[in-house]
Design a protein around this ligand. Structure first.
Ligand SMILES: NC(=O)C1=CN([C@@H]2O[C@H](COP(=O)(O)OP(=O)(O)OC[C@H]3O[C@@H](n4cnc5c(N)ncnc54)[C@H](OP(=O)(O)O)[C@@H]3O)[C@@H](O)[C@H]2O)C=CC1
Ligand SMILES: O=C(O)C1=N[C@H](C(=O)O)C[C@H](O)C1
Length: 271
């Protein structure tokens, strides 16, 4: 079997550079293309040195389809607008699509669902084993504790992060809601400010902190009468997410079309 040829979207971004480096270091994988948006100052640059690697012989371009037609997978940590377009192109090219982008709106998710009818797509707000295990534990704790315990999800990220709550926080919220057998949409308490009233029983609260260079901290708090249980994860290095994304690309390549989660890749689905 030949090398897995991977296109990286957002190749000059914080995560894109990590992924280019992880591909360079991985056995059995090769960088097949690097994408940035139109007018990006990184167009025509070699993505290798940007990622701290030797010259790759490639340059960053803006036209995805020609690259995708000659690749096995795309790994996409870019922006919601780019991600929905790239998912449609992955469907057209029939290649695996690994989506790490967060901040996706419901309409974006619908478009990704549609693309997943024609291509295997792995989408996750967090590619780490630790967070996906945390989600499974959160679901279990929420089911065991019931709504006498108030659930609050607290996250902290670096000062450059543009979306809130984080994709991971929302994923943990979904896990908590599933554990309780409720829909997150009708129970999420986001952005409390001013006289916001007493806490509504059964709500799942979110709080977002931003500052410095924090890679990603998440805590799920179950606050009951006289006791408080906390489950937490601290990401210390972005390479963690890059390794997870590569694992997802390997797993998804050649799989039947569908929308998959990192829990599928990691075998945590029924855990
Ligand atoms: N699932 C997970 O495990 C993780 C997910 N993330 C998510 O990944 C995303 C990216 O994060 P991060 O790398 O920190 O962000 P960055 O802003 O550093 O990187 C995103 C890159 O994508 C580029 N981009 C924007 N639009 C396009 C386009 N149309 N085509 C190609 N490239 C484009 C950006 O360019 P420009 O700056 O010019 O707009 C930028 O270079 C975020 O949504 C973040 O939350 C991050 C870490 C882990
Ligand atoms: O933007 C980031 O940096 C991160 N984004 C993801 C999220 O929104 O949860 C994952 C990780 O926490 C880092």
């Amino acid at each position: 079997m030949g090398e897995l040829r991977i296109v990286v979207a957002g190749a000059a971004g914080r995560m894109g550079r990590m992924i280019v480096r992880a591909i360079h270091e991985a056995a059995g994988m090769t960088l097949a293309g690097a994408l940035e948006r139109e007018n990006s100052p990184w167009v025509d640059h070699d993505p290798g040195p940007l990622a701290g690697c030797p010259a790759s012989g490639l340059t960053i371009v803006t036209d995805p389809l020609p690259l995708m037609l000659n690749a096995d997978a795309i790994i996409d940590f870019s922006s919601p607008a780019a991600t929905v377009e790239l998912a449609a192109l992955a469907a057209q090219a029939r290649i695996a699509d690994v989506i790490g982008t967060t901040g996706l709106a419901d309409e974006d998710l619908d478009r990704i669902d549609a693309a997943a009818r024609h291509a295997p797509i792995v989408r996750s707000g967090n590619m780490s084993l630790g967070v996906n295990l945390l989600a499974a534990l959160t679901r279990r704790a929420a089911a065991a504790l019931g709504d006498e315990y108030d659930i609050e999800i607290v996250e902290m990220h670096h000062r450059m992060k543009v979306d809130a709550p984080s994709g991971t926080a929302l994923m943990l919220g979904e896990a908590a809601a599933a554990g309780r057998g409720i829909a997150l949409k009708s129970h999420a308490a986001r952005g409390r400010d001013g006289v916001s009233g007493a806490r509504r029983k059964g709500d799942i609260g979110f709080a977002s902190l931003r500052g410095g260079t924090v890679v990603g901290d998440h805590e799920v708090v179950f606050a009951g009468e006289g006791e408080r249980l906390s489950l937490a994860h601290h990401a210390e290095d972005r390479m963690l997410f890059a390794y997870g994304a590569l694992k997802a690309a390997r797993w998804a390549h050649g799989r039947k079309p569908g929308l998959y989660a990192m829990a599928d890749v990691l075998g945590l689905k029924d855990g």
